[in-house]
Design a protein around this ligand. Structure first.
Ligand SMILES: NC(=O)c1ccc[n+]([C@@H]2O[C@H](COP(=O)([O-])OP(=O)(O)OC[C@H]3O[C@@H](n4cnc5c(N)ncnc54)[C@H](OP(=O)(O)O)[C@@H]3O)[C@@H](O)[C@H]2O)c1
Length: 262
């Protein structure tokens, strides 16, 4: 790519206060992009913005709030005067069997992981049309295959594939690309913050100790794919294996996933 390609790019990164979003913001900032960061944790956003170059600014708020999404869009227009890159990255995960998952929690996960991304995209589409810009959607291996104890998360990520896969084709004639990123395990606080069936945070990382991708690696590979306007980027051995087995031997994959979550 040449990360210099992002020099002067006007970008909006959601979920930029932590993990992969923070790494994407820093990577873009280092390349000379002007980035608006968002998330709920204002202090964390300020720290990430300070390390994302002089072109970085931030606005804190809850992305599931329609009024906040409007304010954020306004802030992007004011600060950046347009938009070349939207990174739909904010998200939460879960750890509960379906029979323990309360309906409100399922809907809450869909609000954050699906509707918030979709509605923010709708709001900034005029800017992306004007710039013939790029959309990144942070999905997961769980957007490709259903994973036990992640029913709502899998539903939200699969829904992102459906919506943005269709939108990608609609946007072709407008010059706007959609890149869906599917990492496997990434070393971030997401699993500690995962919600249980009743909505409480679980507080521990059940996968601690296993080999994981770094947030920086995922950020670089995602941005490289977006720069090249690739449809999708799979990251991590488990993602590639799951993709292949889901087509070639789905029953074997079910057995592996069942054993892995016992
Ligand atoms: N880590 C992994 O193993 C992994 C694997 C595959 C895919 N992913 C995906 O990667 C993305 C980033 O996850 P991560 O691992 O970097 O997790 P993370 O470190 O927990 O970061 C999640 C980000 O989402 C933001 N967020 C959550 N709820 C929000 C809300 N209601 N309003 C606004 N912002 C909200 C958080 O900001 P605040 O807390 O400040 O609101 C935070 O910046 C997610 O979409 C996740 O599904 C992660």
């Amino acid at each position: 790519m040449g990360s210099a390609g992002w020099n002067g790019t006007r970008a909006l990164v959601t979920g930029a206060s932590s993990g992969i979003g923070a790494a994407i913001a820093r990577e873009l900032g280092a390349a000379g992009a002007r980035v608006v960061l968002t998330g709920r944790n204002e202090a964390a956003l300020a720290r990430v913005a300070a390390s994302s170059g002089t072109g970085a600014s931030f606005l804190a708020g809850d992305l599931t709030d329609p009024a906040f999404r409007e304010r954020l869009t306004e802030a992007v227009r004011e600060h950046l005067g347009g938009l070349d890159l939207l990174v739909n990255n904010a998200g939460i995960t879960m750890n509960a069997r379906f029979e323990e998952l309360e309906s409100e929690v399922l809907r809450w996960i869909m609000e954050i992981d699906f509707f918030a991304q979709v509605e923010l995209t709708r709001l900034v589409l005029p800017e992306l049309f004007a710039s013939k810009g790029r959309i990144v959607v942070m999905s997961s291996v769980t957007g490709l295959v259903g994973t036990p104890t992640r029913t709502a998360y899998a539903a939200a990520k699969h829904a992102l594939h459906g919506l943005f896969g269709a939108l990608r084709i609609e946007l072709r004639s407008r010059g706007v690309s959609v890149t869906i990123a599917c990492p496997g395990y990434v070393a971030t606080p997401i699993r500690e913050r995962a919600v249980l069936g009743d909505g409480r945070e679980q507080g521990v990382d059940q996968a601690a100790g296993r080999t994981m991708l770094s947030a920086e690696d995922v950020a670089r590979r995602t941005l490289r794919a977006a720069w090249r306007r690739r449809r999708m980027v799979l990251m991590g051995m488990e993602t590639r294996l799951a993709r292949i087995l889901s087509i070639a031997a789905p029953g074997v994959l079910d057995n592996i996933l069942e054993k892995a979550t016992r």
